[in-house]
Design a protein around this ligand. Sequence first.
Ligand SMILES: [Zn+2]
Length: 365
Amino acid sequence: MKTILLNLQILIFLSACAQQNKKAEQNNSKSTNIKLLDSTWTDKVVKSKEEWKKILTPEQYNITREQGTEPAFSSTYNKNHESGIYYCVSCGNPLFNSTNKFESGTGWPSFWKPYSQRSVDVSTDNSMGMQRDEISCKRCNAHIGHVFNDGPLPTGLRYCTDGVALLFKAKGNEPTANLSAYNKATFAAGCFWCEETVFESVKGVAEVISGYAGGTTKNPSYEEVGSGKTGHAETVEIYYDSTKVNYQTLLKVFFASQDPTQVNGQGPDQGTQYRSIVFYRNLYEKQVTENYIHELNKSGKYKKPIATQVIPYEVFWKAEDYHQNYIQHHPTDSYVQNESLPRIKRTQKQFPELFKPEQLLIKSN
Ligand SMILES: [Zn+2]
């Protein structure tokens, strides 16, 4: 399971984005001094060819001003999984957020939506004997790439970009600092990729971290947990704003996101590392969880008794970076397509009003 299979259909896209094999090196040195903007919109930037040539490298000029295309797999941004913003290399307009980046397998940095409505313009491009939708910077008109309608949910779009036209700036470490103000809830219910995405789409949830809890080894690796010998389960730690969503609501989503009667497994994933657990932090959480389980057992909704364990929270170990936001980064992975996305949709369908509208994978009515 969870084997990352390159979707064969991606190969078809290769020709769609590719043009001639123009030599383009990843050299942004000339532009590193440009002023980077936040999302605050400023006037259009208009410069002459000569002025652009002064501030851009020949490669950047070729791509952004002459509609060039960089060779596939040439950009270091293609495999970049760092959190941050991709700006227009020409004018500093924020174009894409790393949270909307995904592995398309095409060899060009790919996103399923732009940073904001002020990021890109779309126009028809009839070059290379085909009709495509060209994307350009809304502020300085730089050519950025093309957009295709074979991207992942929720937009179904694939913004196929030239890395040379972008300038990436990593995010500072503000998320961890800001999270101290939130309440935490810790749950396990099978694959943490799925649970992380389910809870990140709940209104009032600020952040969800994938990790391990319930076992004995300190700071275990994914492989150690996967062996089933450490006692840990794949777990998510949820940071929520208790003025916007309460613990009972999180419990409701938690139980709806799984088959809580399944013992030592979830869906196709078998083993104690996929068991269902509520890690309570205080007697209140213990009590409301036990009450809710009692009600579910009484309701007749399930044929078998609830198997979810209710145990005290002790320690949570953050999983390896590549497991964080896994679904966003690998929307074409076969496990994500066949297991995770249907599971997220099944959960959201039960109470669409609890989820952030922009992260609803289903139609709300
Ligand atoms: Zn620009």
